[in-house]
Design a protein. Structure first.
Length: 340
């Protein structure tokens, strides 16, 4: 009887992921049609942004379907679902309003992200204090670190959202890794949300990859980054069965992309907020001259690290070593691409 009950639970969770897939897919298609009809949420080809790599007007509101899919979290009875959804809504608005009108200042977006993250971190108890075996943070410092880290991941996903399927594919892999970690330690809430995230991201990718008929936009990138970061904060601080470094190992690519970009821009004495064409994925594109192939190469580059992070999810030093290895390989390949 117990095995039958577990099977029913797993079937129900998997069914919710399938529903999330179709919600995201259908909403993304509707947004695509409405955007073309009323000319809203459109990223024009005349844009002078250096990160622009599309050749026809494209709606940048793919995040709407993903956000609405996470409404299914309301079906959960635990894990701080209310605080999760409230924080998520604020985070989504910080990007969606920018996608809609391009009128929000960076400071306003940052303040909205800070508010949304505060709601979820404090309401869900997603405070990162245990960074064993390196350090244990005092609670107040842990709150500050958590807010900084989660907001950082939100913007990190936005930075790697440069080519068809790139950010979506990386996030889908990360949701899969988180789901496996949650299953391992028996965290039903995190598993439930991770599978919704996986389903919703795959639904979006059906329209985004390989043709790029719709983009994530700031709203979608912020939502995916926020959910991944908050789930990892909850998961890695809940039990000693899962290393605190599992989260960094899973998200090392977008995190290091941000850190490295800040460092190289500072060396050139210009603002880290100023966009350019020197991100890792942009250098790959300059070699292969294919939008979807660039995303595929980046997926394959990240996949082994995701797999190894899951295999060694409870091994602190192995995960730290994986992060160091990724940074070394990234830096070596980056400078080789720049030299050539």
């Amino acid at each position: 009887m117990e095995d039958s009950h577990i099977f029913e639970q797993m079937f129900g969770i998997a069914g919710t992921a399938v529903i999330a897939f179709f919600v995201s897919l259908i909403v993304s298609y509707v947004v695509l049609v409405l955007s073309r009809k009323f000319h809203i949420f459109i990223d024009e080809t005349t844009s002078t942004k250096p990160q622009k790599f599309h050749s026809y007007p494209t709606p940048r509101a793919g995040g709407v379907g993903i956000f609405l899919s996470f409404g299914l979290v309301g079906l959960s009875e635990g894990g701080g679902a209310m605080y999760f959804l409230l924080g998520l809504a604020i985070i989504f608005l910080s990007g969606f309003l920018e996608d809609f009108s391009a009128s929000l200042s960076p400071k306003t977006r940052l303040l909205m992200q800070l508010l949304g993250t505060c709601v979820s971190v404090l309401g869900m108890g997603a405070v990162i204090t245990d960074l064993s075996p390196i350090v244990i943070l005092p609670y107040a410092l842990g709150v500050a670190f958590s807010l900084f880290g989660i907001i950082g991941v939100c913007n990190a996903i936005n930075i790697i959202d440069g080519f068809n399927g790139l950010a979506g594919g990386i996030c889908a892999m990360a949701f899969g890794a988180i789901g496996l970690g949650a299953y391992h330690i028996g965290d039903g809430f995190v598993l439930f949300v991770a599978l919704i995230g996986l389903g919703a991201t795959l639904g979006f990718l059906c329209i985004n990859f390989p043709k790029g008929k719709i983009f994530l936009g700031d709203g979608g990138a912020y939502v995916l980054g926020f959910v991944l970061a908050i789930l990892l904060a909850v998961l890695t601080q809940k039990t000693s069965e899962l290393s605190a470094w599992f989260g960094l190992a899973v998200m090392i690519y977008p995190v290091w992309e941000v850190v490295f970009s800040i460092f190289r821009k500072k060396l050139k004495k210009y603002s880290p907020m100023q966009p350019d064409k020197e991100h890792f994925h942009q250098l790959i594109y300059q070699k292969v001259h294919s939008n979807p192939l660039t995303a595929l190469i980046m997926w394959l580059f990240n996949l082994p690290f995701m797999v190894l992070a899951v295999i060694f999810m409870h091994k602190d030093w192995v995960l730290i070593g994986l992060c160091v290895l990724f940074i070394l390989l990234y830096s070596l390949i980056y400078y080789q691409l720049k030299r050539n």
